[in-house]
Design a protein around this ligand. Structure first.
Ligand SMILES: C=C(O[C@@H]1C=C(C(=O)O)C=C[C@H]1O)C(=O)O
Length: 100
């Protein structure tokens, strides 16, 4: 078996702890987005492109403040929002289809 530098092992433990926090925060964000979808009725309101741009501008500024590449954070958020928009759309369609 290959030995791993103990400094790497320690840093990986920190990464694992941060991943736990990241996934917990992500789960909370997904739950709030699902809740928002309860008050939407159509595709345009689900996609909310103006709001998407507002969120992207905000996280780009936050990334700058933390010394992170804003383009990287924007790409991650656009992917996240696209996935969440699909989840929202499914929730809204299911609700609207279930109406009498
Ligand atoms: C959560 C919303 O719906 C969608 C998801 C967004 C997000 O994940 O931040 C933003 C806009 C919408 O595409 C919203 O309208 O606020």
């Amino acid at each position: 078996m290959t030995t791993v530098d103990p400094r790497i092992t320690d840093l990986r433990q920190r990464i694992d702890a941060l991943d736990e926090q990241l996934v917990a925060v992500l789960a909370e964000r997904v739950a709030v987005v699902r809740e928002v979808s309860r008050y939407k009725t159509d595709e345009a309101s689900v996609k909310a492109p103006d709001r998407v741009e507002q969120v992207v501008a905000k996280v780009r500024a936050l990334a700058d403040g933390h010394g992170l590449p804003a383009d990287l954070v924007e790409r991650l958020y656009r992917l996240l929002i696209a996935e969440l928009t699909a989840v929202e759309l499914a929730c809204v369609e299911e609700r609207v289809a279930g109406r009498p």
